[in-house]
Design a protein around this ligand. Sequence first.
Ligand code: HEC
Length: 182
Amino acid sequence: MTQLIRFICTLVIAVLLVILGGFLMKVYPHSFTDTTNNPAINLSSNTSGSAVDRDLAIAYRRQYMKALSAHYRSLEAILEKNAPFANQTLTHINSLLSLAEYMPEVFPPGTAMTHAEGWGAKPLIWSEPDNFSRLIANFQTSLETLKTVVNNQQNPINAIESFTQVRQTCLDCHSTYRVRQP
Ligand code: HEC
C-alpha cells in the first residue's frame, strides 16, 4: 500500500515538473533562445546561416523588394500616366530613399540562391561586393536626382527622364545579380 502511494506521489510530482517546465519555456522564451535566434548574430558570424534564419531573411528581402516596387509603380502612375495624386510624389520618392538605405543590410552573407533553388539572389553579389555597392549607390543617386527635379518643379518631362534613370538602376542590378522566378 505505502509503495503504491509512493508511486502515485512520484507520478504526480513528475507530471507537475513537466507542466511547470513547459510554462517556464513559454513565459521566458527569450532567456532560452535569445542568442541562437537572433538572425543578425547568426548570419554575420556564420556564413551559411541556420536554415530558418536564411529562409526568413530571403522572404523578408522579397517583401522589401515588393515594397520598393509598389512605391516605384505608384510613381509611374503619377509621373507617366498622370494619376491625379501628384501631391504624393515626394512621399514615394522619400520612401524609396529611406528604404534604399537598408539595401546592403537585406543581403546578409548566406542568403544566395542555391543551384537547386534555381532563382533568387546570385552568389556573385558576395564575391563582387564593390560592384554591388556601386549599383546600390547609383540607385540612391538616381533617387536624389529625381527628388531634386521634382522639388524644383521643373518641367514634367525632366521628372519622367529622371524616373527612367531610376528604373534603369533597378534593371542594372537585376540583370547582373538576380535570377527571376520562372
Ligand atoms: C543593388 C541591387 C538591386 C537594386 C538596386 C534593386 N533590386 Fe530588386 N532585387 C535584387 C535582387 C538580388 C533580387 C532577388 C532577391 C531574392 O530573390 O532573394 C531582387 C528582387 C526583386 C523583386 C522580386 C521580389 C520577389 O518577390 O521575388 C522585385 C519586385 C524587385 N526586386 C523590384 C525592384 C525595384 C522596383 C527596384 C528599383 C526601384 C529594385 N528592385 C532595385 C537586387 C536589386
